[in-house]
Design a protein around this ligand. Structure first.
Ligand SMILES: [Cu+2]
Length: 466
């Protein structure tokens, strides 16, 4: 591989970029990429890597790690593609396709140099294959139906065997009728730990798969034919408030490996409270000199990004896609724009026909989830339109690709959720006092209430607990 890259490079250099290359020392002409993705030169006689001894096992929040057994020095895995009833968040369950009873499939974890044998049993109604995204392997093991292998018919079991020559974060997914099969959930993460780590081992290592779904409110199956209007946005196939938090103790080195197999959308994943470094892609490690500090990492479709930071800032920190339509649950877009509309007359007129009628959306979407949760608003069964969650300071008006990183001095030894962060005195935003306003010369004016804040929308839900 390095040879062909080098010769391509040299051929391309002939015309366009000859001058700067000639000026540079000869050494600089040789790209050094392979060294970052394949540190193990020979894989002969390497013992299979063991969790704990050779690596800190990765944690897939709301997911699992695929078990293996070792047979003659080879790690043997078994994936079973099958239909799975999957809960995206409390209130929304759908019939999806996954592996080993899970959506998405369990994370495959190995160590660079490991020889693996992966059996794939097809219990679906359609043929399928598995492609090992980003893994450098023999062409016949690449899993593209029709191109690199015959597809696996329902009832058949195929076997893939190869050696992980690289370390990094990769993915696996169906490569037969991808549009349908990936839209229904046939995907998972692959984490290959380095045999000889260059830097410190992370104390916490998380894997997160981003994906997008179209599930019409009330429907029981995702719609694989949707092309643009996705309404369930997930991290490890969970939409907030279905996502479980990640945790870390102060001073720990945290790595989060994010993969994106959405149909049509890239996701800028933003972490609050930290600047992190993007340390690797599915192409290999990023040299330290090229690691920029970031607060959002753009994870393109069909790619992985690893970020790393030291957890030195305690708190409950949001981590979410920064596309605002990706942090909502069903509905939201395609809704008439009611912002600023005075609905009193509408409500009075319609109320004579429908006594429970209430116009929504005059001050935004923030209150809808709470109305749904309190039964004020009828929604189709098995749907989570605009649903968020109750937080320590009121309703969290977020959904979809949203989760929380909880950093604490000490975490419960049993791995339990540490609960909500208690901000030390003087470190929490709150309502300003009259004395403070006067002291600092802040004039709040007289008309801070917008027309929408009339009795029509303040109907006694009483959650404005400032
Ligand atoms: Cu997004």
């Amino acid at each position: 591989m390095s040879v062909s890259r080098r010769s391509l490079f040299a051929a391309g250099a002939g015309g366009l970029v000859a001058a700067p290359l000639l000026a540079a020392p000869a050494q600089a002409r040789t790209p050094s990429w392979p060294a970052h993705s394949a540190t193990v030169q020979s894989h002969d006689g390497l013992e299979p890597g063991r969790p704990g001894r050779d690596y800190t096992p990765v944690v897939t929040p709301d997911g699992a790690t695929l078990p293996f057994r070792i047979v003659g020095g080879v790690k043997v895995f078994h994936l079973i593609a099958e239909e799975v009833e999957h809960e995206f968040a409390p209130g929304l369950t759908a019939t999806c396709w996954g592996y080993n009873g899970r959506v998405h499939g369990p994370t495959i974890e190995a160590v660079e140099g490991d020889r693996v044998r992966i059996y794939v049993t097809n219990r679906l109604i359609a043929p399928t294959t598995v492609h090992w995204h980003g893994v450098v392997l023999p062409s016949g093991m690449d899993g593209v139906g029709g191109l690199s292998q015959a597809s696996i018919d329902p009832g058949e079991t195929f076997v893939y065997e190869f050696t992980f020559r690289q370390h990094g974060t990769f993915m696996y997914h169906s490569h037969h009728d991808e549009m349908t099969q990936m839209a229904l959930g046939l995907m998972g993460m692959i984490v290959v730990h380095p045999r000889n780590p260059r830097g410190p081992r992370p104390d916490r290592d998380y894997a997160m798969m981003l994906s997008t779904w179209k599930i019409r409110p009330g429907a029981r199956r995702p719609d694989p034919n949707e092309m643009s209007d996705f309404n369930v946005l997930t991290m490890n196939a969970k939409a907030y408030p279905g996502t479980s938090p990640m945790t870390a103790e102060l001073g720990e080195r945290v790595r989060i490996r994010i993969g994106n197999l959405s149909a049509m959308h890239h996701h800028p994943i933003h972490l609050h409270g930290y600047a992190f470094r993007e340390v690797a892609t599915d192409g290999g490690d990023i040299p330290e000199s090229a690691q920029k500090p970031e607060t959002s990492v753009l994870v393109p479709v069909g790619a992985t990004r690893d970020i790393e930071f030291v957890a030195d800032n305690p708190g409950d920190w949001a981590m979410h896609c920064h596309m605002t339509h990706h942090v909502m649950n069903q509905m939201g877009h395609g809704f008439p724009n009611m912002i600023g509309v005075n609905a009193r007359n509408i409500d009075r007129a319609v109320g004579s026909l429908l006594p429970a009628y209430m116009t929504m959306g005059q001050d935004g979407m923030g209150e809808m989830g709470e109305h749904v949760g309190m039964g004020h608003m009828d929604v189709p069964e098995n749907s989570i339109p605009m649903v968020g969650a109750h937080g320590p300071h009121g309703y969290i008006t977020m959904g979809g690709m949203f989760t929380i990183l909880k950093v604490r001095d000490r975490l419960p030894a049993n791995g339990a959720d540490p609960g909500w962060y208690q901000a030390p005195p003087g470190t929490q935003a709150r309502a300003a006092t009259g004395a403070e306003l006067a002291r600092d010369g802040i004039d709040t004016g007289s008309a801070t209430q917008s027309p929408a804040h009339t009795p029509a929308s303040s109907n006694g839900s009483g959650h404005h607990d400032h």
